[in-house]
Write a protein that binds this ligand. Structure first.
Ligand code: G3H
Ligand code: 13P
Ligand code: ZN
Length: 373
């Protein structure tokens, strides 16, 4: 059952849990997502970022992806998710994460995405408003929901983390929501993208409470989104390092902080880095569990990349030699099958645990009821 983001986030808001939104980069990760969400009867919010679309568009060097690659990836994801949604009772959303331009939004709406994020947060305020409103006007014609962003969420490389000045200003958020007609808003309140979020992260929950109160006062039903929310499990980091990786200075958002954020009114929580870590750990671990594994020609190039990039946690770096597996689920032999299974299991390990922690177990029927109303 394919839906836009609105019924999932509204059901989460009304029932006091948060909808996890998981980033994926291969078709098998979508299979894994459906399997674990079905098993736990949880609504499913799948995200593809610009670079994931380029990667799934067939660009092993995804960072250099063009709009044509993104279009190809968006069409592939749109078709694949639509087909999966016909085979399951779980409500499913396909959402563009951090869309940066109108062209990318259009590519994803045309490709069959049911929800989009336009991230104009690095633009001057008026330009962010204008671009976001343009996206709302366009996407809403196709019943596609829209997420905007206000305030700078610190990032791995694009922004320097700032303690005070970049948190979302609640009054500005209200103005932004009124002017842009968005369905949900990503806010900056102390989270950070990537695996190095700091050691003792303390979220500024007042930002969430203030925005929620202002929205309530104005009778506006807009949902709040938490980006950069991976928990960065220390056991996975330790295992990566035990298996030849070299990750230092890592830290995530403690789960109790996320649970408090949910109580304060966060409705959607974005997770990418945790999934990357678990998949990378699995790809490294197999070389220790089965010493001959990477000696087979069909997977040996992956081992070379794992050895060359010990600091990297992005599975896309290591999967470049097996693009047909990534984009078509096509494998050449049992070793590639096993590799794909490791991606599936790493994805499910994270999704399963966070579905439980965020309170999503058994909530798919509630969303379905809302959809049928
Ligand atoms: O929040 C951003 C996501 O982690 C996107 O990652 O652009 O490397 O696909 P990506
Ligand atoms: P993490 O890097 O914390 O997983 O953040 C993911 C995210 O915000 C995707 O939009
Ligand atoms: Zn994000």
């Amino acid at each position: 059952m394919l839906a836009n983001g609105i019924p999932l986030l509204k059901t989460a808001d009304k029932n006091g849990y948060a909808q996890a939104a998981f980033n994926v980069n291969t078709l098998e990760q979508i299979n894994a997502a459906v399997e674990i969400h079905e098993a736990l009867r949880a609504p499913l919010f799948i995200q593809g970022a610009q670079l994931s679309n380029a990667f799934l568009g067939g660009r092993a060097d995804f960072k250099k992806g063009s709009i044509e690659d993104i279009k190809r990836g968006a069409n592939l994801l749109g078709k694949y998710v639509s087909k999966k949604s016909e085979q399951t009772d779980i409500p499913m959303v396909l959402h563009l994460d951090h869309g940066k331009s109108f062209d990318v939004i259009k590519a994803c709406v045309d490709g069959g995405y049911t929800s989009v994020m336009i991230d104009g947060s690095s633009l001057p305020y008026d330009e962010n408003v204008a671009l976001t409103r343009k996206v709302s006007d366009y996407a809403h014609q196709y019943d596609v929901s829209v997420e905007g962003e206000l305030g700078v969420i610190a990032g791995v490389e694009d922004h320097v983390f700032s303690q005070n000045s970049t948190y979302t200003n609640p009054l500005k958020a209200l103005d932004f929501i009124k002017k842009t007609k968005i369905d949900s808003l990503a806010v900056s309140y102390g989270t950070k993208h990537g695996a190095n979020k700091g050691k003792n992260v303390k979220l500024r929950l007042q930002v969430i409470v203030a925005i929620k109160e202002l929205l309530l006062g104005e009778g506006l039903d807009v949902n709040i989104v938490s980006h950069g929310s991976s928990t960065i499990p220390s056991y996975i980091v330790a295992e990566i390092n035990q298996y030849g990786g070299d990750i230092s200075g890592s830290g995530g958002i403690p789960i109790d902080q996320l649970k408090r954020a949910i109580k304060c009114g966060v409705n959607k929580i974005n997770i990418d880095s945790d999934i990357r870590l678990a998949c990378t750990r699995n790809m490294r671990e197999i070389s220790y569990l089965n010493l001959n594994f990477y000696q087979h020609d069909s997977v040996s190039a992956i081992f070379d990349l794992l050895s060359k990039y010990p600091h990297d946690i992005d599975p896309r770096t290591f999967l470049a030699p097996v693009m047909p597996m990534v984009t078509e689920n096509k494998t050449t032999d049992k070793y590639q099958d096993q590799l794909n299974k490791l991606i599936n299991l790493g994805t499910k390990e994270i999704m399963g645990s966070l579905i439980v922690q965020f309170g999503m177990v058994g909530k798919a029927p509630l969303v379905k009821e809302n959809l049928e109303k």
